[in-house]
Design a protein around this ligand. Sequence first.
Ligand code: A2P
Length: 278
Amino acid sequence: MTDSSYLTSHDGLTLPAVGFGTYQLKGEAGVGSILDAIDVGYRLLDSAFNYENEGTVGEAVRRTGVPREELIVTSKLPGRHHAYELATQSIAESVFRTGLGYLDLHLIHWPNPKVGKYMEAWRAMIDAREAGLVRHIGVCNFEPEHLETLMAETGVLPSVNQIEVHPYFPNLEAIAWNRDHGIITEGWSPLGRGTQLLQEPVIVGIAERLGSDPAAVVLAWHRAHGVLPLPKSGNRERQLANLATSLVLSDDDLTQIATLARPDGRTTGQDPLTWEEF
Ligand code: A2P
């Protein structure tokens, strides 16, 4: 990889350095926000069956003048659809809801390890890829032990693992595991999802020194760790600001930001080993 504005997975999936989160963007207003995001330059759109907005994302993709092949449309398989037949139907339904004929990237939303059916879901994902319904497959919230299981049972590793990452919960061990296996780490709630993160004196101080703003500092921290953040914003100016990738942090900045990490730093306590989401 020579261009830092892209990330490439073990199987050749190339993604832009920043993607656009669409959670809670729905209906006509949602289409407008997503069209703004595409217009300011986002090419990776992150949706999910459970966000109930695959149709909204698909409509924006149909309305934009940006060629379809330049966009990476992502969705996610919900936890209640892990059984093989249900997963197969669910993937087809996601594609149908977008109205686009295929998804560029489809992810298992949660491993739900206590249910224990994520292997069935993974086999359905592999088959959907072979059938051409989805171009690339991945997971979200998978810990290394879950990834080891996928590898052992199918020999197929995901292209992407989307996990919670922000300075309160840097998740560095998971990021390192992904990196070592050529899996692109996408970060959800990259700006800390409405917590105090963007008001933290450490972040604000670095932003003031660099003549930047707190969100830019946090997104530069993601890049420094090789993470592809998925910031959400319904506001066109902030969408544009979050795309700027020129800010580079020093080692000293990174050391200061590391002091914000805390064991209970997850925004909503969703530990993938115990969390169940259907
Ligand atoms: P808004 O939609 O009004 O811009 P996360 O991506 O971590 O879940 O955080 C999303 C929240 O952060 C949203 O409330 C969004 O509000 C806000 N946000 C997004 N970009 C910025 C930014 N550049 N500066 C400040 N707040 C931002």
